[in-house]
Design a binder for this molecule. Structure first.
Ligand code: MN
Ligand code: MN
Length: 296
């Protein structure tokens, strides 16, 4: 584990997230948000660990802008902006919810409070089920619901979801936290929500599954391009610069059909209720925790 790279990536991601929080995004398109936030990450000397996610209202996660996406933030929207920076493949994953309808301010605050509760109890040896219990308790105390089938995760070099889950509810099957990198990300919906997400139709985030050749020469060239530029980390169509948009889209479709590339569907709240999210990346230690993405 390269702790210095985790810290460097975290400092950049935390700084960018705080700027995202302060800005008024009403009237901006999701394309403008994604491009601006990704440029802020690169300007600070990191690479993007995944395309910036701009998931609006009942969409909980995994929406990123299509090329020139005109979807525009309105003055009643709640938007989860989830961003990732990486240095040599060591990832900082963090998110903030911006909200322009004061009716949902408590939803946003509760996600933040639940995350802070989890960070306060964290150290080496803590049980993951106890963290889930703490997050669930805080959220239910407020009359809200955690999204039970979304969770945080362990991180490894060039791997965002490295196998261990950091739950947002009490759950059977637990591990004790060790000194490695994790993301904690409570998702909160209203009391009218289902508390579960399902997969939506839209898929605009992708990642490489295998480098095995497809026998289509141009598709294989895209496969190499993906490996060279994004490794096994997620990417968006916006990021493919060597082909024009339609050509890239067609080649990507071929790679998905051949199972060389995986497409991630958006995740939507089961009762179409709004969802708020807060997220930090952290490394537990014997005395507590290093939150790599802590606000500067
Ligand atoms: Mn994230
Ligand atoms: Mn995450």
């Amino acid at each position: 584990m390269e702790i210095n790279d985790y810290i460097k990536a975290g400092k950049i991601a935390g700084e960018v997230r705080e700027n995202v929080r302060k800005k008024n995004w009403v009237g901006s398109t999701v394309f403008e948000i994604c491009e601006e936030v990704e440029n802020e990450i690169k300007k600070r000397g990191a690479k993007c660990a995944f395309p910036v996610n701009t998931s609006i209202n009942e969409v909980a996660a995994h929406y990123t802008a299509e090329p020139n996406d005109e979807l525009t933030i309105s003055d009643t929207d709640l938007v989860k902006i989830d961003l990732g920076a990486q240095i040599n493949g060591y990832i900082a994953d963090t998110a903030v919810t911006v909200c322009y309808d004061s009716q949902f301010d408590m939803l946003v605050k509760t996600a933040e409070d639940a995350l802070n509760d989890a960070m306060s109890m964290m150290k080496v040896g803590v049980k993951s089920s106890d963290v889930g219990k703490t997050i669930e308790k805080r959220i239910k105390q407020m009359g809200f619901l955690p999204i039970a089938n979304l969770s945080g995760h362990s991180l490894e070099q060039y791997t965002i979801h490295a196998g261990k889950s950091v739950p947002n509810i009490w759950s059977i099957g637990s591990f004790r936290f060790s000194e490695e990198a994790f993301a904690c990300e409570p998702f909160v919906t209203t009391g009218e929500g289902l508390g579960f997400v399902h997969e939506g139709k839209i898929k605009n985030i992708f990642s490489l599954s295998t480098r095995k050749k497809t026998k289509n020469k141009e598709a294989d060239r895209l496969l190499d391009y993906i490996w060279d530029n994004f490794n096994t980390l997620p990417f968006a169509l916006r990021w493919i610069k060597e082909w024009d948009e339609n050509e890239a889209r067609d080649l990507l479709t071929i790679l998905i059909k051949k199972k060389a590339v995986h497409a991630y569907p958006i995740l939507v709240e089961g009762n179409n209720q709004r969802v708020a999210q807060a997220e930090h990346t952290f490394i537990p230690n014997e005395n507590g925790v290093t939150i790599t993405t802590i606000a500067p």
